[in-house]
Design a protein around this ligand. Structure first.
Ligand code: FE2
Ligand code: FE2
Length: 134
């Protein structure tokens, strides 16, 4: 079921073949769509939950990179840290009364799709090629 105003359409083309990555990404897409449609206190609450989701998801990806000896762990981890810092700033702006509308409607969905298509794609492919199961 796709929400009428979804900014990202979840579906098979977004799958990467690693179970937890796909499950986490599906949840992220749901949260991003809700964030884009929300406002005020609801958006702030969702943003805090999304930052928490990201911190946990990134940690799982980083653990997989370590365990499979991924060759580009550092740039991928740096990018995760950059995004967590950005989310902190956005949460502060929301707390200050800014709607951050552009960020949730454009920047965040764009970042997710690009990150999935580049760093997460290469990381998941590498892990599967190096014996990662689930
Ligand atoms: Fe990811
Ligand atoms: Fe990632």
């Amino acid at each position: 079921m796709i929400a009428r105003h979804a900014v990202i359409r979840w579906g098979e083309p977004l799958l990467l073949g690693v179970g937890f990555v796909d499950r986490d990404h599906c949840e992220a897409v749901e949260m991003i769509n809700r964030l884009a449609a929300a406002s005020g206190a609801e958006r702030l609450e969702l943003a805090r939950a999304f930052a928490h989701h990201c911190a946990e998801h990134f940690a799982r990806e980083e653990e997989m990179m370590v365990k499979t000896g991924f060759f580009a762990l550092e740039p991928h981890r740096d990018e995760h840290m950059r995004v967590l810092g950005q989310l902190d700033e956005v949460i502060r702006s929301l707390e200050g009364g800014d709607s951050c509308a552009e960020y949730f409607a454009v920047d965040l969905p764009q970042w997710f799709l690009e990150h999935r298509a580049t760093m997460d794609y290469v990381t998941s492919g590498f892990a599967l090629d190096h014996g990662w199961v689930e």
